[in-house]
Design a protein around this ligand. Sequence first.
Ligand code: MN
Length: 743
Amino acid sequence: MAHFAAGDRLSDKNLRSLEDLTQRVLTYFPNADLNAIEKAYLFSERMHEGQIRRSGEPYISHPLNVAGILADLHLDIDSIITALLHDTIEDTHATAEDIRREFGDTVAALVDGVTKISKMQFKTSNERQGENIRKMIVAMGKDVRVILVKLADRLHNMRTLDHMQYEKQARIALETLEIYCPLASRMGISALKIELEDLAFRFYRPEMFYELTQLVQKTEKEHTQYIDEVKRLIVKELHSGFRDIEIQGRSKHLWSIYRKMQARSIDYNQVYDVLAFRVIVETLPQCYEVLGHIHALWKPIPGRFKDFIAMPKTNNYRSLHTTVIGPGGDRIEIQIRTKEMHLIAERGVAAHWRYKERGRINDETAQKFEWLKDLVSWNQQVRNSDEFLDTVKTDLFESEIYVFTPKGDVREFPEGSTPLDFAYSIHSDVGNHCVGARINGRMVPLKHQMQNGDTIEIVTSNTQQPSKDWLKICVTNRAKSRIRVFVKEEQRKRSLLLGKELMDREFRKYGASATKYLKGEAMERFKKDFGIHDDDEVLVRVGYGKLEPRNVIERLAPDLVAAQTKQPTSEEKRDPNFIQKVFKSAAQKMKKSGSLISVGGMDDVLVYFAKCCTPIPGDPIVGFITRGRGVTVHRSDCRKAFEFDQLRRVDVEWNNPNADQQQERSVRIQVISQDIPGLLKMMSEAFALEGMNIANANIRTTRDKKAISTFEVGVKNLSQLNQVILHLQKIKGVIGVTRQTSS
Ligand code: MN
């Protein structure tokens, strides 16, 4: 029986010197560049000089032993160097630039990633676990070694947690259980996971830990005998048919036993699968052969066989699992795998970063790719890396991006988010004054899309204020609603001014002052009738065009109106439903047109379409607040629009430019063509093809044998209009097609 170097537990030997470390590296990497390791060690030692750990040891003992853990995992030299330097940026005056200059880009990026994670604040609740892990994965950027160093860092801190205060121990232990253990598990590094779990268990639930330790010790002798018996029987069954085979049997680690007891509410004695057996073979077919022998030897328990070779886990764990009725009628679980599968099972991602004798893994693209490949599935067939990155992104990050504040906090945003989203996530004031951002130190405009791992610093200016265009460049609902609130408030202020002005003018017609009438009993009654609570609101509604100044005057100052102009008809006077009628007609008009258009980001403004240019959805448009008639919408190129008072101009836009308008708009189209028989038929077919009705057609011919045909058709939206113009232009004999602007 041969034994393999890849054990499933890490060495707990405390390294005391650089030599201890280099000795360990040389065991798996005989030609390692020891100078590079020495340089990093000396740099770190110098930087941390004078710093003492709680244990009383000089600080360098920590990075040294973190490096030692990575050497135990047989990692490459860059990982070892990163481990030695991992606390220098955070805890000493060394800068990222120093690291880059002394140790190159790769190490600098690795140290930067580890530092980012160190600054993170984790949310320790179960539901946040996945999120925390994803954030860490982002922090590591493209290099999984960042996480490996961080896990080794945490492992060494856990090994030396004895020196911490009790409260701190419990907190760190819990964080380890909730974040680092699942991470190690996700990475498939079982050796690390197991040690972290038992250390965390010890500090998180010390009473339970020591009680269970004693129970396990009591059964130790019994267990050893049992393990030997099982091994003997398996060897006997396999005869000499297998060479190079290893059989392992051991008690499961404490945390997993404890969890079983918890989950099933049982005592230690009732946990039947405390012992775990493993058969490690040379080749894949041997796995199934051994399985057959074991099932011949002991009766398998139905439903307990799992084939993770045919169906590997996402972290590429492969193995056969079976539970059988073993000696003495006890249930035993047996795992069967090859040496290679075993290595991956114990070392996971770390196995892929092992120093390889045929040379260091240096291919940049291979590196970028490897960790992603590992995380999702090592077996996935990949056509090209871009495609793969896309898949992984959606899989792993669910279209979320994670970016950092300058202090290193992580924030989560939907993909496509911009600095505006970020700014509003801090505070609406920051958002309202945001002029741009510094991303990774570089200035970017508002509309720039943030990328995973970016560090964002918002730049503000007191003179900045939001506009409704901002709604188009942010993604989060939070930012959008804050911008809408601001824009609405601005619009309200404007409407208030305009309403006041409109009322002033209207009163001036009667030689009266608005101020006098906008207070008093009549006004109170008016507000009550219309369900308005404050005076300003009356003016705002006038400004928006929801109330007509004339109606307001008629109600507030009937004497003025009666004296100067025609009296309201006796019908109106007597009609008790007058107010409701005013309201109703306004509401109906709004229903017809209002929902199509939004004015300054608002949907509920009374809107009319100008007859001169008949805007259709999709046309560039502009709005004008008219006297007492709400907002009239013109096409931006309508000549008439320029004749209006520009003060009354408001921004308007189509709510849905491609909407099939319920009510078609009448558009005039002029076609100039050769005067050929049959052409009219083809033209009307073009309209029919687009489902348009011709309401009116007028054809005249010129002396030079041209025909000028004018059609009045019902159009739903701009794209439909453009389509039909295209059809018309294609007709042979057609010279030109134009949309007529005004009648
Ligand atoms: Mn550290």
